[in-house]
Design a protein around this ligand. Structure first.
Ligand code: BG6
Length: 478
């Protein structure tokens, strides 16, 4: 018998800048991620707004979802999706983020996308900002470093909530907001890169700048949540955390304390504020020891208290270890790498595969907040090769997802209020960390390659039928 509740939201997840392409069509302005070149395992992606079009910027074409969305959504419907997580590209609506009037052509595009979903009974789950900060806000304000960006985000969010509230019932404010606590988030989520050119993951920002920028995001998120609650009480507003469990490498109490400290800042800090509506007590010491003196304006703390989210969402790909011993072997990861865990296998990109870690963290989140939880990203980025029969037999992908679904079922048995699951990149898309097409997550193959060739045609992989059966049996036939 299935352990998943009757209305469990099975689906998939994508983000505007990783799929849409059409980066300058119908008045769309550039985002910070439109200024990042492709890279690979060994070659870093470069952030450089001065490079011209003869460099390859993968977001400029994406997988051409902008033109293929009817076909793609029909395929999602065929798999039985109940929900599709996607983001609205901020600069389709406000090309610089600073206009007074929204771009009607951009608004109409998402009307069409949402209508297409609803035609099949697929509920859109919308991320307001999935690393899509207008580039003009970087130039003018140095991104979230400035308070002015709060009102730009509010204007954008209110515009799209007013427009789509009858079509979209669940909203997330910022994708992986906790990336802002890490060096990886400086370009992508904070946009603190004025006058910077260089490797995307090397952009400099002090701890003080990062946490000030995050404070602005917390206030912006809370104000938008509060606005939605006041005007449209039927809407459900959520946060989104890139959850990166960090286990103590040994039972040495020094390692245990280090793991606690790291998990607090990386995994709990942002959601403690967004779910509980206030800065956690442990922040005081962290701020003091890192020379962080937040500028908090009058009304900010009230805004945080009023703008608490209704549900908690997360991405989960991997876990790693931390230790006070600096000589241990490390491995790569999502947003952050860490020490290798001898009990885990890893993907071709070194991301350690840890399904039981998902059960553990879902319980931790539930114990802490007791609100509904949704896993809105999870999956295996892998090289897909066509077999001699011309098909992609990606049983490694279904194996990865199966093991995670089994652990979600266990977590539900444990008492976790898990309401949905949207595996990442349900259709192949541009990798965030490397900008590659070769790192594929999808149930649907997209004929597009890193050398720029390919005709964007779509094909079902074996995992397509597998996931269709999972959904049809509500998680019973794995
Ligand atoms: C998450 C992001 O960090 O991980 C996605 O929200 C991203 O945008 C996903 O694509 C997988 O990471 P990558 O680097 O394999 O694309």
């Amino acid at each position: 018998m299935t352990k998943f509740p009757k209305n469990f939201l099975w689906g998939g997840a994508i983000a505007a800048h990783q799929v849409e392409g059409a980066w300058d069509v119908d008045g769309k302005g550039p985002t910070v991620m439109d200024m990042v070149t492709s890279g690979s395992h060994t070659i870093p992606r470069i952030y450089d707004p001065t490079l011209s079009d003869n460099h390859f910027f993968p977001t400029h074409e994406g997988i051409d979802f902008f033109n293929h969305y009817p076909e793609d959504i029909a395929l999602f419907a065929e798999m039985g999706f109940k929900t599709l997580r996607l983001s609205i590209n901020w600069t389709r609506i406000f090309p610089t983020g600073m206009e007074e009037v929204a771009n009607e052509a951009g608004l109409q595009f998402y009307d069409k996308v949402f209508d297409e979903c609803l035609k099949y009974g697929i509920e859109p789950l919308v991320t307001l900002c999935h690393y899509e900060m207008p580039y003009a806000l970087v130039e003018k304000y140095n991104g979230w470093a400035s308070r002015e960006v709060i009102s730009c985000f509010e204007k954008f969010s209110k515009t799209v909530i007013d427009r789509y509230h009858t079509k979209v019932k669940r909203w997330l404010t910022f994708n992986e907001i906790n990336a802002g606590t890490l060096f990886t988030g400086v370009v992508m989520t904070l946009g603190i890169v004025k006058d910077y050119q260089g490797p995307m993951l090397d952009a400099p920002a002090s701890e003080a700048e990062k946490f000030q920028a995050l404070h602005h995001q917390f206030v912006a998120s809370a104000r938008v949540v509060n606005y939605a609650h006041q005007h449209y009480p039927e809407l459900q507003m959520g946060n989104m955390i890139g959850f990166l469990p960090q286990y103590a490498f040994t039972p040495n109490p020094a390692d245990i304390l280090l793991a606690q400290e790291k998990n607090r800042i990386v995994n709990w800090f942002c959601s403690d504020i967004q779910v509980r509506g206030k800065y956690p007590t442990y922040a005081q010491r962290f701020f003091k020891e890192n020379n962080i003196q937040l500028k908090i304006e009058e009304g900010d703390l009230e805004d945080l208290a009023k703008g608490r989210v209704d549900f908690y969402t997360l991405s989960y790909y991997m876990s790693f270890c931390v230790s006070t011993d600096n000589n241990l072997e490390e491995t790569g990861g999502n947003l952050l790498g860490g020490i290798k865990n001898p009990y885990l296998e890893a993907s071709d990109w070194g991301w350690q595969i840890d399904p039981k870690g998902l059960r553990w963290l879902l319980n931790e989140i539930n114990d802490r907040y007791e609100i509904p939880i949704m896993v809105v990203e999870n999956g295996l980025g892998a090289y897909d090769e066509k077999s001699s029969d011309g098909k992609i037999h990606d049983d490694y992908r279904s194996a990865y997802l199966r093991e995670h679904i089994i652990q979600m079922a266990e977590a539900i048995e444990d008492g976790v209020n898990l309401i949905g699951y949207t595996p990442w990149g349900c259709i192949d898309l541009i990798s965030l960390s490397t900008g590659e097409m070769a790192k594929r997550y999808g149930f649907i193959y997209v004929n597009k390659f890193d050398d720029g060739t390919g005709d964007f045609s779509r094909e079902k992989k074996d995992s397509f039928e597998w996931y269709k059966n999972v959904i049809a049996s509500n998680g019973d036939r794995l």
